[in-house]
Design a protein around this ligand. Sequence first.
Ligand code: NAP
Length: 243
Amino acid sequence: MARTLILGGTTEASRLARALAERGRDAVFSYAGRTNNPVAQPLPTRVGGFGGMEGLVAYLRQEAITHVVDATHPFAAQMSRNAVAACAAAGVDLCALERPAWRAMDGDTWQSVASIEQAVAALPDRPKRVFLAIGKQNLSEFAAVPQHHYLLRLVDPPLGDLPLPDTSVVIARGPFDTAQDTALLQSHKIDLIIAKNAGGRGAEAKILAARALKLPVIMINRPQVPERLVFGEVDQVLGWLGH
Ligand SMILES: NC(=O)c1ccc[n+]([C@@H]2O[C@H](COP(=O)([O-])OP(=O)(O)OC[C@H]3O[C@@H](n4cnc5c(N)ncnc54)[C@H](OP(=O)(O)O)[C@@H]3O)[C@@H](O)[C@H]2O)c1
């Protein structure tokens, strides 16, 4: 009997979970546990790390998983690497459900960088008002350039002090709307945006808003993950699963 593990976190992972639940398929949904109240799923759900590659191998065996769909955020590269290695070791079929990266269009002012460190280095010396749209991890790396004002958008209110001296914090969960993101950038008088190239629709509003307002974007490219079977659409994953 087929039993699928969805490694989640993305809007696409939730869409796949809905499709499998509607078809009455045997599947488990896994969250990293990065947010306080993750979106409820129509499948049995587990939360938290597996304990590295070995932990994932043990989980796959214990739960008799036959298929893994890696529908994690494109920057959750450690999880994706572990999934490739663990599925190979356990003899479990693996595919990724991955949304295409965003692409610059004519008129965009994007500076593409390979890492958070390069994004920090790409900031100008003069103080700017920056929409630092990278979530809550990696904020401390921007403490090296404290002269800027940082607008942060976080899913949960921060616990304790932020590592940056001059911030505005907006608590919100995607998907976001372009008109609202345009208004957000204007009301905070933002000069430039730093974003991870997550791709997909849910987080694209800020990129479309930056385009409309002709604001520069420092775009952090996706980390490398080992080669695996990749689909862009939920329907393709359903076909691969034989549904
Ligand atoms: N994960 C998300 O839902 C999410 C959402 C938005 C953005 N991001 C982006 O991804 C970057 C890295 O995030 P991350 O630390 O979560 O990923 P990561 O660095 O790839 O994962 C670190 C560890 O978290 C656990 N983990 C990650 N995803 C999991 C899942 N779906 N189910 C169970 N365990 C999971 C695994 O722990 P074990 O090794 O113990 O198994 C993994 O080794 C963030 O900075 C952010 O840009 C991630």
